[in-house]
Design a protein around this ligand. Structure first.
Ligand SMILES: Nc1ncnc2c1ncn2[C@@H]1O[C@H](COP(=O)(O)OP(=O)(O)OP(=O)(O)O)[C@@H](O)[C@H]1O
Length: 521
């Protein structure tokens, strides 16, 4: 087909005649259609067909004359929300229309990124408000439209999805999708990381080992109660937006924390790994499941009122090379430079680690770069991402990066209940939420925590120097637990290592203002 002859043709869209610019430019971001203020990147074309197309059952349309063709594309609505939009073009005749469709399909394939062809979808019918099946039925026609094959499994028990990924044949699958909340994402992530290590002959229990990333990406269609991971990586909890990110094959690497206890892998975590306050809230709320979602408010209030703190030692290795810190104001956004530079460093680090492993002599002083903080803490929080969610849009650490190989460690030292409340409330109303004398924050690669039992604990020492409220709440506990992405870990001493860009999501991070405005039309 002769492209230049097409390029000089004029088509009409919505009764306005527009010029279509030459489509043979080599760049993948070449604009497909250009008409005064209208620009459409080929990477965001979902589908092209002859006639007037509709999104199957959602939007049935009469086929329309064959000299017309329809382009389905991603449209930015408000904020980070995406929707599917259509443009109907009218060519001079049927042949020209067919040529355009063919050309645009070719271009979409050529420059359209790494789009999935085969998805394995897990739906948790009980996640969130039990709406996951209905939510999936709204977005599944989009996958059909884009020509993506899907195999759908409704889970029948906890860990069904994880076990399936670990045990079943995934030949040809190029994407895993969960329709549910953070717990479902965690299942997919554990299954995928576990399977990849097994196939690579890597032991997950070995803290020193480099874990292997998988080429299979994970998509999240939010249908849970908080959906923090979707919110922090896409910027919105909207099933349609997530489905479109999956279809156009977006790719967002994500750091993962491997949490170990006594030389065994305990769990992987991407958002909060928290001891003290968040561990107590989770433990308390788990005991009151019968209250439904209200249990979180109840447990939160009770834990705040009891104002417990715990003695222990935190050891950590601060991030090297990293130009950013948790108190700067530069947030991780689509195309983040800090994260992309980390992917280069990741390769260098792997080579260095391999060289070290091959050395006959052990390292001179493996503990030389460890720092230590000792004391009584109300909370020890580690988060590899901002952990933003609709209730706390800035998250635990607003400037944490998605894929720079670090996590933010937030130490909230012993303070009064009102001071702690101030710390909690700063999540939503201050620029630097760590600007408090009893809060320390570090960007780290590794962490170790050891609880410290004190003589006085027995009598009610640091952990239970009981306030009036603590007595009122009947909380005499001197031991906390870890909250690891919403699951209780029943240990206190743990070690954590951040694995840079271990998993890949169908996402692109949160789009910044400049980029969003480019596409405002
Ligand atoms: N069929 C099932 N029956 C019972 N539990 C399930 C089933 N399928 C998945 N699960 C478990 O349910 C837990 C919660 O699911 P999910 O994350 O989808 O919803 P949620 O807890 O409401 O959301 P969020 O984690 O965002 O708060 C998961 O940890 C998962 O292991």
């Amino acid at each position: 087909m002769s492209h230049p002859s097409l390029a000089s043709q004029h088509l009409s869209v919505n009764a306005v005649t527009i010029a279509v610019n030459a489509p043979q430019a080599p760049s993948s971001t070449r604009l497909l259609v250009c008409c005064q203020s209208f620009r459409l990147p080929v990477t965001e074309v979902v589908h092209v067909c002859v006639g007037r197309g509709g999104v199957s059952d959602l939007d049935p349309q009469p086929p329309g004359p064959e000299n017309q063709f329809t382009v389905f594309y991603v449209k930015r609505s408000t904020g980070q929300q995406w929707s599917l939009e259509t443009l109907v073009f009218t060519a001079q005749d049927r042949d020209l229309s067919h040529q355009w469709v063919q050309l645009l399909q070719q271009r979409t394939q050529q420059y359209g990124g790494r789009r999935p062809k085969n998805l394995l979808v897990f739906i948790n019918p009980f996640g969130g408000r039990g709406q996951a099946v209905r939510i999936y039925s709204k977005v599944s026609p989009l996958f059909q439209l884009a020509g993506i094959r899907t195999r759908v499994i409704e889970t029948t028990r906890a860990n069904h999805a994880r076990d399936h990924i670990l045990q079943e044949d995934l030949q040809g699958v190029d994407g895993l999708v969960c329709v549910g909340g953070d717990g479902m994402f965690s299942e997919l992530m554990h299954g995928l990381i576990g399977r990849t290590q097994r196939e690579a002959g890597v032991s997950e229990d070995d803290e020193e080992t480099e874990l292997q990333p998988s080429s299979i990406r994970i998509g999240i269609i939010p249908a849970g109660s908080t959906d923090c991971i979707c919110f922090a990586t896409v910027g919105i909890n909207d099933p349609m937006t997530s489905a479109l990110h999956i279809i156009i094959g977006d790719s967002q690497p994500l750091d993962v924390c491997a949490v170990h206890h006594q030389n065994r892998l305990a769990k992987y975590s991407v958002s909060l790994t928290g001891y003290g306050f968040y561990g107590d809230v989770l433990r308390e709320s788990d005991q009151h499941r019968w209250m439904g979602p209200f249990r979180y408010n109840y447990a939160g209030l009770k834990t705040v009122l009891s104002n417990r703190c715990y003695a222990g030692t935190v050891e950590f290795q601060a991030a090297e090379h990293v130009e950013s810190n948790p108190r700067d104001q530069s947030r991780c956004r689509t195309g983040c430079l800090v994260c992309s530079e980390s992917s280069g460093r990741l390769k260098e680090d792997c080579e260095e680690a391999e060289a070290k492993a091959n050395q006959t002599h052990p390292r001179q002083n493996p503990n030389s770069d460890w720092q230590r903080a000792e004391g009584s803490f109300i909370a020890v929080n580690l988060t590899a991402i901002s952990s933003a969610c609709p209730k706390s849009p800035d998250g635990l650490s607003p400037t944490a990066h998605l894929a720079d190989g670090t996590a933010d460690l937030i130490l909230v030292k012993k303070c009064s209940m009102f001071q702690f409340l101030r710390h909690l409330s700063r999540h939503t109303n201050q620029k630097d939420q760590f600007d408090l004398p009893f809060v320390d924050v570090y960007r780290v690669k590794t962490l170790r925590f050891m609880p410290r039992r004190q003589e006085s604990d027995v009598e009610g020492g640091v952990g239970s120097k009981k306030s009036f409220f603590a007595r009122l709440c009947g909380t005499s506990c001197t031991q906390s637990c870890w909250n690891c992405d919403g699951e209780v870990l029943p240990y206190e001493d743990i070690s954590v290592r951040v694995h840079c860009q271990l998993v890949n999501l169908f996402a692109r991070g949160i789009e910044g203002v400049r980029r969003a405005s480019l596409f405002k039309y």
